[in-house]
Design a protein around this ligand. Structure first.
Ligand SMILES: [Zn+2]
Ligand SMILES: [Zn+2]
Length: 165
């Protein structure tokens, strides 16, 4: 995903970009659809360019409990300030900042978009809040006809009885 430097000065409103996930940096994200849709507006501000909008894609996360892959439609707000490299280093906590070199023809958004998508992943992705996960005894999803739970408890008690004998 690149923006022409000349395009920065012209700006755009609600422009739809179709980005191929193959053109993003590899961050270990599994894209369910190859095309990522970004709807972006670019406004020139006093000493920078402001890129706003959102990015929509469907990615696959492994559920931490049952390990099943589940697709997640994600919508990420985009709020990026683009500065020319000659500007002194900017610090803003509310926005992402990238720099471009006026001598280059393009501003590369590949890394920042990949990072934002990777950051959208929950720390512990679940297929469902109610996911009970896999049974440690039989490996079957607990929600599906597994009765090990009771038996496991009994087995523990049985072993204790053995010890007492
Ligand atoms: Zn699950
Ligand atoms: Zn079981």
């Amino acid at each position: 995903m690149k923006l022409k430097v000349s395009e920065l000065y012209l700006g755009f409103q609600n422009k739809v970009f179709e980005i191929s996930s193959k053109n993003l940096a590899d961050r270990g994200i599994v894209y369910k659809k190859e095309i990522i849709i970004a709807k972006l507006s670019l406004i020139k501000e006093k000493n920078c360019f402001c890129l706003n909008g959102n990015l929509e894609t469907t990615v696959e996360y492994d559920c931490v409990r049952c390990l099943k892959k589940n697709p997640n439609k994600i919508n990420i707000p985009i709020n990026i300030l683009i500065f020319e490299k000659t500007m002194e280093h900017q610090t803003r906590n509310d926005r992402e900042i990238i720099y471009f070199n006026k001598s280059n023809d393009y501003v590369n958004l590949k890394s920042i978009f990949s990072d934002l998508i990777a950051l959208a992943e929950p720390i512990q992705p679940l297929c469902d809040k109610k996911c009970t996960g896999l049974c440690p005894t039989c490996g079957i999803e607990k929600t599906n006809s597994c009765n090990c739970n009771k038996r496991t408890v009994f087995t523990a008690w049985d072993k204790l009885k053995d010890l007492q004998i």
